[in-house]
Design a protein around this ligand. Structure first.
Ligand code: FAD
Ligand code: SF4
Ligand code: SF4
Length: 463
C-alpha cells in the first residue's frame, strides 16, 4: 500500500522528451502501463455521491470503472465507460479534464485529483473488444447525420444503438472532423480516431464521404429520404483580425495550416501537399488551436513565436499544452498584439506588434487588453498563423430556406436541439460556436434521444 503522502500525488505519465519529440509527429504522452494504472486507480476513494460524475458532461460512472481497473477487470471497466461514452480513447486524451471531472474530484481537496482521463485512456487503449456485432432486430427508422466530428459520431452511434439505420454525410475524404484534420497526431494519433470510428462502422453506421450537404445534396432532399436529420457541421470558418497584410502569401488560418499537415500530410515524405519550408513563424492566439499550430510549426523545423494579448493566467489553452509548447522551445510573448503584417513582393517578412496592459473587465468578465502607447516592436516572420477562433460555415444556412441562425451565425436550436425546421436537429460547434469535444458529444447524445422521441411521436417512420 503506498504511504499516505504518496497518495496525494497522481502517478506521472511517461512522455517523449522534448528534444526527441520536436523531430517527429509521434504522440507525446505515452499512457499508463498496467502497474501505473492500478496504482493510480488505488488513489480513488470510491466516493458514494461521487462529484466527479456530475463533472463529466456525459456522466460516466467514474468510481465504477476505476473500481474495475483496481480489480483488474478491463472488460468490465470498458463496458462501464462505453455505456456513457462512445469515444473514450479520444476523450481520455483531449478532454479538458482539469476543468471537468477532475475539477470535482474529492482527492483534489488535499492533493492532486485522480487522473480520471488518463485512466479512461488506459482502458480504451488496452481493452481490445471483439468487433461489436451489427445491431439486429426491427429497424425503427432512418436518420441522416451531417458531419462526422464528435457531435455527428456520437449522435450516429447512439441512434444505431437505439435501432436506427444511420448514414453520416461528411464533406471531407476522411471522417472525424477536427479530431482528424485539426488536432495534431502528437496529441491525438489518427489511428486512435480511426479505431473508434471503426467500432461505429462495425455496429452498422454507414459513412458517405466527399459529400457536401448544401451542394452535393440539399438538406431538404435528406428530409425527403430520412425520418430526421442531425446537423453536426462544426465551426470551420476562421476569423481574421482585419489588420493590414492579412492577405499576403504566407498568412494561414490555423485550420488550413493544420489540415494541410495533419490530414494532407504536407512536409512528410511521399506526400505532395504543397507547403513552403518555414523558418520563422508567428502564431497569433492563446487557445488550444494556437498551441497546436505552434507545436506543429516547430516540428516542421521553424523558430516559433506565439503572440497573445493577455497574460498566461487568461490563456484559454489547456495548461498542459502551454507547458508542452514551452518545453519544445516555443517562445510565447504575453501582453502583445499584432497591428500589421509587413510583406515584400507579396510575401510575409515581419509582424508589427504593440505591447498591452490589462484594463477593466469586459462583458465576458475578462480584463480588457489596452495598448500601451509607443510600445511597438517587430517580429521577423516568413509565416503567420492566425488562431483567434472560428464561426460556423454559412453554406448550409445560405442554401436552406427557413434554417435560422443567431447573431453569431450559429444554428438556432430549441431545448430539444431541434432547429427552425421540424425534423432537423443540430448540436456541437455549429450550434454553440467553437467549444470542446466532450460538449459536442454531449449534444450528439442528447439529440439522438430527442430524435428517437420525435420519430416515435410523429409516427412518420420510413419503414
Ligand atoms: P467538427 O469536429 O468541426 O466536425 C464537423 C464536421 O462536419 C467536419 O468533418 C466537417 O468537414 C463536416 N461538415 C461541415 N459542413 C458540412 C457539410 N455541409 N456537409 C457535410 N459535412 C460537413 N476540444 C477539446 O475538447 N480538447 C482539445 O484539446 C481541443 N483541441 C482543438 C484543437 C484544434 C486545432 C481545434 C480546431 C479544435 C480543438 N478543440 C478541442 C475543439 C473541438 O475539436 C471541437 O469543439 C469539436 O471537434 C466540435 O465537434 P463537432 O462535431 O461539433 O464539429
Ligand atoms: Fe472526464 Fe472527459 Fe472522461 Fe468525462 S469523458 S470522465 S469529462 S475525461
Ligand atoms: Fe474517485 Fe475522485 Fe470520483 Fe471520489 S471524486 S470517486 S476520489 S475519482
Amino acid at each position: 500500500m503506498p504511504a499516505h503522502e504518496d497518495l496525494k500525488k497522481r502517478v506521472k505519465m511517461r512522455e517523449l522528451p522534448p528534444a526527441e519529440r520536436i523531430k517527429n509527429f509521434s504522440e507525446v504522452a505515452l499512457g499508463y502501463n498496467a502497474a501505473e494504472a492500478r496504482a493510480e486507480a488505488r488513489r480513488c476513494l470510491q466516493c458514494k455521491n461521487a462529484p466527479c460524475v456530475a463533472g463529466c458532461p456525459v456522466n460516466i460512472d467514474i468510481p465504477a470503472f476505476i473500481g474495475k481497473i483496481k480489480a483488474g477487470d478491463l472488460r468490465a471497466a470498458h463496458d462501464v465507460i462505453t455505456a456513457a461514452n462512445l469515444l473514450p480513447a479520444i476523450c481520455g486524451r483531449v478532454c479538458p479534464q482539469e476543468t471537468q471531472c477532475e475539477a470535482a474530484c474529492v482527492r483534489g481537496l488535499k492533493g492532486e485529483p485522480v487522473a480520471i482521463g488518463r485512466l479512461e485512456r488506459y482502458v480504451a487503449d488496452n481493452y481490445r473488444e471483439e468487433a461489436e456485432d451489427e445491431i439486429a432486430g426491427t429497424l425503427r427508422g432512418r436518420v441522416a447525420v451531417v458531419g462526422s466530428g464528435p457531435a455527428g459520431l456520437t449522435c450516429a452511434g447512439t441512434l444505431r444503438r437505439l435501432g436506427y439505420e444511420v448514414r453520416v454525410y461528411e464533406a471531407l475524404h476522411a471522417a472525424g472532423g477536427v479530431l482528424t484534420y485539426g488536432i495534431p497526431e502528437f496529441r491525438l494519433p489518427n489511428d486512435v480516431v480511426e479505431r473508434e470510428i471503426g467500432k461505429l462502422k462495425n455496429a452498422g453506421v454507414d459513412f458517405c464521404l466527399n459529400t457536401v450537404i448544401g451542394k452535393t445534396f440539399a438538406l431538404t432532399e435528406l428530409l425527403e429520404r430520412y425520418d430526421a436529420v442531425f446537423i453536426g457541421a462544426g465551426a470551420g470558418l476562421p476569423k481574421f483580425m482585419g489588420i493590414p497584410g492579412e492577405n499576403l502569401n504566407g498568412v494561414f488560418a490555423a485550420n488550413e495550416f493544420l489540415t494541410r499537415v495533419n490530414l494532407m500530410r504536407a512536409g512528410r515524405e511521399g506526400y505532395e501537399t504543397p507547403l513552403k519550408p518555414i523558418k520563422k513563424a508567428v502564431v497569433i492566439g492563446g487557445g488550444n488551436v494556437a498551441m497546436d499550430a505552434a507545436r506543429t510549426a516547430r516540428r516542421l523545423g521553424a523558430d516559433v513565436v506565439v503572440v497573445y494579448r493577455r497574460t498566461r493566467a487568461e490563456m484559454p489553452a489547456r495548461a498542459e499544452e502551454v507547458e508542452h509548447a514551452l518545453d519544445e522551445g516555443v517562445d510565447i510573448r504575453f501582453l502583445s498584439n499584432p497591428t500589421a503584417i509587413i510583406g515584400e513582393r507579396d510575401f510575409v517578412r515581419s509582424v508589427k506588434c504593440a505591447r498591452m496592459t490589462l484594463g477593466e473587465p469586459d462583458e465576458s468578465g475578462r480584463r480588457r487588453p489596452v495598448t500601451l502607447p509607443g510600445s511597438g516592436f517587430s517580429l521577423p516572420a516568413d509565416t503567420v498563423i492566425v488562431a483567434i477562433g472560428n464561426h460556423p460555415n454559412p453554406l448550409l444556412k445560405n442554401e436552406t430556406p427557413g434554417l435560422a441562425v443567431n447573431k453569431n451565425g450559429c444554428l438556432f436550436v430549441d431545448e430539444r436541439l431541434m432547429t427552425s425546421i421540424p425534423g432537423v436537429f443540430a448540436g456541437g460547434d455549429v450550434a454553440t460556436g467553437a467549444a470542446t469535444v466532450i460538449a459536442a458529444m454531449e449534444a450528439g447524445k442528447k439529440a439522438a434521444y430527442e430524435i428517437d422521441c420525435y420519430i416515435k411521436k410523429s409516427g412518420a417512420v420510413s419503414y
